[in-house]
Design a protein around this ligand. Structure first.
Ligand SMILES: *[C@@H]1O[C@H](CO)[C@@H](O)[C@H](O)[C@H]1NC(C)=O
Ligand SMILES: *[C@@H]1O[C@H](CO)[C@@H](O)[C@H](O)[C@H]1NC(C)=O
Ligand SMILES: *[C@@H]1O[C@H](CO)[C@@H](O)[C@H](O)[C@H]1NC(C)=O
Ligand SMILES: *[C@@H]1O[C@H](CO)[C@@H](O)[C@H](O)[C@H]1NC(C)=O
Length: 301
């Protein structure tokens, strides 16, 4: 228990907020104080491994970036070495420029089977806006899509996309704007995100549905389609397989404190602007699909 992730890269800096260095004799006493939080600020290539198509992934060491590519042969993707349970994860992403119709760039946290939360960037023909679709899976239940039009060109520069999740809610941010919130509605019988998750990225062919509902297909003459990822930042509980209690009991960590249990009033007004002005689809408003809205829809803000 308590060993922090070992340094693998030469310039890895890891700082424990509160580590639990327990000798077997002290286990019982220190269990209550134990927390496995860690900040990981290492080069992105040292924090991740390629999970899909090695030859479609390029490391740009000087820029601390990874580029993933889709062409007619394959898509590609990479994944974090570590799993996380509660905290904050962020990445700067620059999306496929030009004609990206039919492409989907995904950036998500997933426990592989039950729990997941997703950013999916849906490409478009040149000059037309990307859409950002988010979804949440908890204990295998999904169908919680929310879609918004971004208020900037996500292909011109890197922007920060982040997750903050704790026992109270899971919040998605675009730069500092909260764009989506999934409250813990266990009291209403809705399972909440509770599994440790890895960070995943991928770029793939979504032409059957992604752009104008599948009307704009991929134009392979414009391949390769390249998305760039940079500044992967972790300030979260790093899961340790041999200590499943550690993250769950880490209630003294910053993300569990009162300031992070609900959006601030400033965040709430930013959130409302996004909901009112940029939202294209919200499953909680889709009464054709859900004549009885899912219970968590009564618990949004
Ligand atoms: C999660 O799903 C499993 C399998 O469907 C079910 O048995 C279990 O009760 C669910 N847990 C919660 C907390 O809803
Ligand atoms: C693509 O552009 C069209 C036309 O402006 C728009 O209707 C659509 O929402 C845009 N985005 C996607 C992913 O289809
Ligand atoms: C990397 O991202 C973190 C978290 O969003 C931010 O605080 C930091 O300033 C970024 N670093 C650089 C070099 O952009
Ligand atoms: C967005 O909608 C709000 C109403 O919720 C309105 O007051 C505001 O002016 C709009 N903001 C933008 C940037 O369009």
């Amino acid at each position: 228990m308590g060993s922090l992730p070992t340094n693998r890269g030469s310039s890895v800096t890891q700082q424990s907020l509160l580590s639990c260095t327990l000798s077997s004799l002290l286990v019982a006493v220190l269990l209550l104080l134990c927390a496995c939080s860690s900040i990981l600020a290492a080069p992105i290539k040292d924090q991740t491994y390629i999970t899909w198509s090695q030859d479609h992934v390029k490391m740009l060491d000087a820029e601390d970036a990874i580029q993933i590519t889709l062409d007619s042969a394959s898509g590609s993707g990479f994944t974090s070495n570590k799993k996380f349970l509660y905290g904050s994860i962020s990445m700067e992403i620059k999306l496929v420029p030009g004609d990206s119709a039919g492409t989907v760039t995904a950036y998500y946290l997933s426990s592989e089977i039950n729990d997941e939360f997703d950013f999916e960037f849906l490409g478009n023909v040149s000059g037309e806006p990307y859409l950002l679709q988010t979804n949440v899976y908890s204990n295998g239940t999904s169908g919680r899509e929310h879609v918004l039009a971004l208020w900037f060109d996500p292909t011109a520069d890197y922007h920060t996309y982040s997750f903050l999740w704790n026992k109270y809610h899971a919040v998605f941010f675009v730069d500092s704007t909260p764009i989506r919130m999934f409250a813990n509605s266990q009291a209403l019988g809705v399972p909440y995100i509770s599994k440790p998750m890895r960070l995943y990225t991928s770029i793939w062919n979504g032409e059957v549905w992604a752009t104008r509902g599948g009307q704009d297909k991929i134009n392979w003459k414009h391949a390769p389609f390249v998305a760039s990822f940079h500044n992967f930042t972790v300030d979260a509980c790093i899961w340790q397989e041999h200590d499943s209690e550690c993250c769950a009991s880490a209630s003294n960590l910053w993300w569990e404190q009162e300031a992070y249990q609900a959006l601030s009033s400033e965040q709430e007004s930013m959130f409302n602007i996004v909901q009112n002005n940029y939202t294209v689809y919200d499953y909680c408003k889709d009464v054709h699909r859900y004549p009885i809205l899912p219970a968590e829809c009564n618990h949004q803000l």
